[in-house]
Design a protein around this ligand. Structure first.
Ligand code: NAD
Length: 520
């Protein structure tokens, strides 16, 4: 096995029919700088959601292999943390260059395993690449503070030190961006890392790990292990792991938050969402409709910042007619096809779940303005496709509203005033993002102040902050104190040490005082 061959195989499966049926490649772990095949007897298929072909298989990594990965990370830590920050930054500088070089390979892998369109897959890589670029400035980001003469001849300074071994647990929906939210910030600030990619689409993580090694990351600084619940629990329980970054569903996220916190670890847990867009009667017509269609159906609705619910203030009828017209014109196809606007959802089970939630909406009284459930895509009849679907007259008690659907389904609600619309949004348990579409500064300002969501868009449908800010979901969409990337991300992966030093000619013979030292 060589990692390059692995990457080649997975990147050609979208077009090479013969590879789909023969022995799928087994995805190795990366332990201590070597890509090694697991000795496990249990493997899970990685399935192309547009074709059902088996792209590769991931192992349910054995406990001793996991221990070897943590031990490699632990051994690599002392010398890596003492490596000059400029050297660590240069690895990131090289990594960002290599990611650009291999952008097409990464995107093809993502489309093959995850299903999103190639253009969207490039966006997935690019939004992660921006975090790598940001990590190139770690020297400034990690600076401590200094205050001289806090007392006579005494100075105090604080330094931000790495924690040790950190771990990342990833979801399926952004196979490149989310690993890149994690390990570049962690390792550039001096930590070593164990990454657990999603079992559904591990390929991008493997290519990124290969690139990180090529960029000069020393052996053991980044390790990758595959598996599902058991390995996640092992990460939560391991005493050598100091911090866990998690992105995924609430079920897994709250379990991990509780279990890992109980062992004293830091945890940042980004979870599910139900993002609302409030449309005011004065909103710019065309721009708003385009934004709603793009943010509702892009990536087949499988974005944690997808706008899955619209609240129209006033009469929704004209808006809804136009929405249906535009949604109907979207092309559903395999992500590798150049005309595709949206690809399949990740699995057969995901499709069944999406369809069940649509049906439950209908049964509880919502009007199905557009039904994408029976779509068949020529040439990809086996794919998990769901076409754009629009439900109108949705109310807060409906299951389709209470659950995160994570599919190309837009729910339409109605409110009589901005106040009422804001109350609807605030009653929802999630708080990842919310947007308003309006030409009124007064309405926008009220929305920004009163809305209970961590990321607010004003005429911006998916307000995901760039890496110099942080990703700041709130309420049930986040557990922890320090968010991903930005200043908070650096703070998450570092702890403060505060040093007080005294350099003065000590006055002789002043005696010993046992009173609390003060500088009065
Ligand atoms: P998921 O929770 O099923 O899986 C995420 C990770 O957790 C995987 O690596 C998986 O192996 C592991 N896992 C799953 N169930 C587990 C369990 N019971 N015990 C231990 N480990 C478990 O999530 P997913 O389906 O891959 O991703 C979709 C979800 O992620 C959506 O809810 C979406 O909103 C959310 N998401 C959130 C953000 C954000 O930043 N808030 C970003 C992307 C995705």
């Amino acid at each position: 096995f060589t990692p390059q061959i692995f990457a080649l195989n997975i990147s050609t499966t979208a077009t090479d029919q013969s590879l789909r049926h023969s022995d799928p490649p087994r995805v190795p772990n990366l332990i201590g700088g070597s890509f090694v095949n697991s000795q496990s007897s249990e493997f899970i298929d990685v399935i192309n959601p547009a074709t059902q072909q088996v792209v590769s298989q991931i192992p349910l990594t054995k406990n001793e292999e996991f221990q070897a990965a943590v031990s490699a990370a632990k051994q690599a830590f002392p010398s890596w943390r003492n490596t000059p920050i400029t050297t660590r930054q240069r690895v990131m500088l090289k990594l960002q260059q290599l990611i650009r070089r291999d952008m097409d390979k990464l995107a093809m892998n993502i489309t093959t395993e995850q299903g999103k369109t190639l253009k969207d897959a490039q966006g997935d890589v690019f939004r992660g690449l921006e975090v790598v670029e940001h990590a190139c400035g770690m020297a400034s980001l990690q600076m401590g503070e200094f205050l001289s003469n806090v007392s006579h001849g005494v100075d105090t300074y604080s330094v931000r030190e790495p924690l040790g071994v950190c771990a990342g647990i990833c979801p399926f929906n952004f196979p490149a961006m989310i690993p890149l939210w994690m390990f570049p910030v962690a390792v550039t600030s001096g930590n070593t890392f164990v990454l657990k990619p999603s079992e559904k689409d591990p390929g991008a993580s493997m290519i990124l790990a290969e690139l990180a090694m090529e960029a000069g990351l020393p052996s053991g600084v980044l390790n990758v292990v595959h598996g599902t619940n058991d390995i996640v629990n092992a990460i939560c329980d391991d005493e050598d792991i100091k911090a866990i970054s998690f992105v995924g569903s609430n079920t897994a996220g709250m379990h991990i938050y509780a279990r890992a916190s109980a062992t004293g670890k830091r945890v940042q847990s980004n979870m599910g969402a139900k993002n609302h867009g409030i449309v005011m009667p004065d909103a710019s017509h065309d721009a708003t409709l385009n934004a709603l269609v793009a943010a509702g159906f892009g990536a087949a609705g499988q974005r944690c910042m997808a706008l899955s619910t619209v609240v129209f203030v006033g009469d929704p009828k004209e808006w809804e007619i136009e929405l249906v017209k535009r949604a109907k014109s979207l092309k559903v196809n395999a992500g590798t096809e150049p005309d595709a606007d949206l690809g399949p959802v990740i699995s057969k089970q995901a499709k069944e779940r999406v369809c069940r939630l649509i049906q439950s909406g209908v049964e509880s009284g919502a009007r199905l303005l557009l039904d994408g459930r029976d779509i068949v895509v020529p040439g990809y009849e086996q794919g998990n496709f769901v076409g754009p679907t629009i439900l109108s007259g949705v109310t807060e008690d409906m299951e389709c509203y209470k659950e995160e659907i994570f599919g190309p389904v837009l729910l339409c609600m109605q409110a009589d005033s901005l106040e009422e619309a804001i109350k609807i949004v605030n009653r929802n348990k999630y708080g990842n993002g919310a947007a308003i579409f309006t030409s009124s500064g007064v309405a926008a300002r009220k929305f920004q102040t009163d809305i209970e969501a961590g990321q607010v868009g004003i005429n911006v449908p998916i307000p995901v902050p760039l890496p110099f800010f942080s990703f700041t979901g709130s309420k049930a969409s986040f557990a922890g104190d320090l968010n991903f990337y930005g200043k908070a991300g650096v703070n998450f992966y570092t702890q403060i040490k505060t040093v007080t030093q005294q350099w003065k000619d000590l006055p002789g013979g002043s005696g010993v005082s046992l009173a609390m030292p003060t500088s009065q």
